[in-house]
Design a protein. Structure first.
Length: 103
């Protein structure tokens, strides 16, 4: 499958993952910093959390991994939890800001 098509499917799937404390998906929250589909069909994802001590961190990481691995044509999924740059509301999409009443 073409790399761009796979990346679009990955984004669609990640948009089904929610932080349990915030009613917006983690992609629109701006928690996904990088998605890279490799030649061997493995995927590297850099993501962050709204707060370093987020109690739902393990749940969200595993949810992303399982959902992305379920996409046909995807091999191993490697998730790197990063805290730089630090997450801020500026990373959220306009839709997320609207949903949370920030606009």
């Amino acid at each position: 499958m073409e790399k761009i098509v796979l990346e679009e499917k990955i984004v669609e799937m990640i948009k089904t993952v929610y932080d349990p404390e915030i009613p917006v998906n983690i992609y629109d929250l701006g928690l996904i910093y990088r998605i890279e589909v490799k030649e061997d069909s493995s995927v590297d994802i850099d993501m962050t959390l709204t707060a370093p001590n987020c109690p739902a961190a393990d749940f969200m990481l595993e949810d992303v991994r399982q959902k992305v691995e379920s996409i046909e044509g995807i091999g191993a999924v490697n998730i790197q939890l990063v805290f730089e740059p630090e997450w801020s509301q500026d990373l959220m999409t306009e839709e997320a800001k609207l949903e949370l009443g920030l606009l």
